[in-house]
Design a protein. Structure first.
Length: 134
């Protein structure tokens, strides 16, 4: 998707949390204004940054590919891996990895939430979405 204003990305495990009486989720985000790629958690009130890569040179009209992997671990931990690729105009090199971030969290389970695309108070265009269970 092209980054058009400031934020856009993938929502992971969007679900209601009865304890805080609101929704919570993880968000793998491209932030053009800060030229950053981040994994954040929305805790029902605000976003908390969990992992990030900064100073990536993210362009206003560039096309990017986000790949995320969520892996249940041991002792209630969940691993989130996120990859950011820039889409090139070169046929021999169509995409280039520009950032990789990961984290291990203890509050991702249960794995009952929704997955989708999101923009955070901004405009973003998405060309396609694929989800695979591995």
């Amino acid at each position: 998707f092209p980054v058009t204003i400031d934020h856009g990305g993938v929502v992971l495990n969007y679900r209601a949390n009865a304890e805080i009486v609101t929704d919570e989720y993880y968000f793998v985000e491209i932030n053009r204004k800060e030229s950053a790629f981040a994994i954040k958690k929305f805790n029902g009130a605000f976003f908390v940054e969990v992992a990030s890569a900064k100073e990536l040179g993210i362009a206003l009209n560039g096309w990017y590919r986000i790949k995320t992997e969520v892996t249940p671990g041991t002792a209630g931990k969940t691993r989130i891996d996120a990859y950011l690729y820039i889409v090139n105009d070169e046929p021999e090199n169509p995409i280039t990895l520009i950032a990789y971030i990961n984290c291990e969290v203890s509050d991702f389970a249960p794995y009952t939430g929704k997955v989708g695309l999101c923009s955070n108070r901004s405009e973003a265009l998405f060309s396609f979405f694929v989800m695979e269970e591995i």
